[in-house]
Design a protein around this ligand. Structure first.
Ligand SMILES: [Zn+2]
Length: 234
């Protein structure tokens, strides 16, 4: 067997036995993203009507671009803030300076964050009204065709839209990545997806039950307080 034949053999072996190790095709990703968008179009108006608040334009993107969107967004804001603090209008130089710093930061972060995503295999992540959908190795292992993930789609989309709602209610994008802040942030979305918007789900919708402790603890914390906290909206 020549080299080409050997390569074909290896490829066939991978295709048949290790499908999870091969990257997800663009078409398959787009199909899945379309499904997520459909669910957003279904739940967003219902949540808005119930809470009498506009969630704005909610986009759905491949997670690959999450980091640069996030980093450049912060660089942009920082450039404005720095100039503002100095009592002047920001110039091109401010933006160039800020973007240069944040590009280095992005390069440093792409390692650990990429790794974190691969290991964690989260279904979604939300930032700035964008629902990022990852297609990492961890998402493919045991669920190559995303069949399991599709079953959790409704629950996941309502959870992410609840993060958008939280931001609208607070009036700012409250960091929710660490410690107590994360408990409030995830607790609110978990409470909403489990209880407050429960009647929006079509019959038979699967909820996620094997949640991390920070989600279930946060949910308990939110539960009793929700009416007082956000009386205006609920
Ligand atoms: Zn969340």
């Amino acid at each position: 067997m020549g080299d080409v034949g050997l390569m074909q053999e290896i490829y066939r072996f991978h295709r048949d036995n290790c499908r999870a190790l091969l990257p997800t095709s663009r078409r398959k990703k787009e199909n899945f993203l379309e499904k997520v968008r459909e669910r957003v179009d279904y739940y967003k108006p219902r949540i808005e009507e119930r809470c009498r608040v506009s969630l704005g334009n909610v986009k759905v993107k491949d997670n690959k671009i999450w980091l640069s969107d996030h980093v450049y967004d912060r660089a942009w804001n920082q450039a404005i803030e720095v100039a503002w603090d100095e009592g002047r209008i920001p110039t091109k130089k401010d933006f160039y300076g800020s973007f240069a710093t944040f590009s280095i930061l992005e390069a440093l972060m792409i390692g650990p964050i990429g790794l974190f995503n691969v290991v964690r295999g989260a279904d979604f992540r939300q930032h700035n009204n964008i629902i990022y959908t990852p297609f990492n190795l961890a998402n493919r292992i045991m669920d190559v065709g995303f069949e399991e993930r599709a079953k959790r789609l409704d629950y996941g989309v309502v959870h992410e839209l609840s993060h958008v709602l939280w931001k609208k209610i607070l009036g700012r994008d409250e960091g929710g990545y660490f410690g107590e802040g994360r408990k409030w942030f995830e607790g609110f979305a978990t409470y909403c997806a489990d209880c407050h918007f429960e009647d929006f789900y079509p019959v038979g919708t699967k909820k996620m039950t094997d949640l991390l402790k920070v989600y279930s603890d946060g949910k308990k914390r939110i539960g009793g307080r929700l009416q007082n906290m956000v009386r205006k909206f609920f």
